[in-house]
Design a protein around this ligand. Structure first.
Ligand SMILES: [Zn+2]
Ligand SMILES: [Zn+2]
Length: 264
């Protein structure tokens, strides 16, 4: 998705969405350095973020692909045999620092400035990658958290991120997709169990609101895509016309991006 990068490049570099820094303790959200440059990150972390955002990736599976491999809308050689039910992935970068630490911060703490910034960058990435009305999303939908987990954590980070994305895209944020089962966290399971773990985990309430709609599903991280795939399947079954996925990061083996990130 190299073409989409230019549009958000300046926003990353300028630290757009840095409001609120005045009232927060000034430390880099990724490494804790007191020398913040912009957007709650220090200069080295901003540069590292730019490097991650600049990596090309497959629009079907979200995996980093080499600079000389053509980007094809129907996938890359590493795509799974059965393509996911969502038709496109938008990601800011691979799950590597500083994105890794930023995501952990967003998950367990209220980091309003950083959340706004991530939402803004993700929104701009989606806007620059969907220019025709046919594919542009109409509703932003957070990957839902089970109510029990939300009570324990006191906070629904995917919804908060989706709201920031919705604000950037000027789109409504839906609440029709709900989680029926409090499934074990995917990150704690081997790949082989992830599909069965989320099967039937979601449902749609008030399906009329989604009928024929193009939906942008928002989550913080995707790994195998099993959760997003099951959510997309549920949304399509309920009458949605199209589901695309926007995540801050794609978790993938470091070999997929390390060489490029180091400039090799
Ligand atoms: Zn830093
Ligand atoms: Zn792929």
């Amino acid at each position: 998705m190299k073409g989409a990068i230019g549009a958000i490049w300046s926003a990353v570099a300028s630290g757009a969405g840095a409001m609120g820094d005045l009232v927060l303790p000034r430390a880099c959200a990724a490494c804790g350095s007191p020398d913040i440059s912009s957007g709650r990150l220090c200069e080295p972390c901003n540069i590292a973020l730019l490097t991650l955002v600049g990596l090309s990736y497959c629009p079907r599976c979200g995996t980093t692909i080499g600079p000389h491999i053509p980007i094809r809308p129907d996938g890359c050689p590493g795509c799974p045999n059965t393509l996911p039910r969502f038709t496109q992935v938008f990601r800011l970068g691979p799950y590597a620092d500083p994105l890794r630490t930023v995501i952990r911060e967003l998950k367990y703490h209220r980091r309003d400035t950083m959340r706004r910034r991530m939402g803004q960058l993700l929104g701009q990435l989606v806007a620059s990658g969907t220019q025709d009305d046919q594919t542009a999303p109409q509703i932003v939908m957070p990957a839902p958290m089970h109510w029990r987990r939300r009570i324990v954590r006191g906070w629904d980070h995917a919804r908060a991120l989706a709201e920031a994305v919705g604000k950037e895209l000027r789109l409504p944020v839906g609440n029709e997709l709900v989680r029926l089962r409090n499934t074990p966290q995917q990150a704690h399971l081997p790949r082989s169990r992830r599909i069965t773990n989320v099967k039937g985990a979601f449902a749609v309430k008030n399906a009329d609101a989604l009928s024929g709609a193009s939906i942008l599903l928002v989550d913080d991280v995707t790994t195998t895509g099993a959760t997003a795939n099951e959510a997309a399947r549920t949304l399509l079954q309920a009458g949605a016309a199209r589901v695309t996925l926007a995540v801050i990061a794609k978790s993938e083996p470091p070999t997929a991006y390390a060489q490029q990130a180091s400039g090799a």
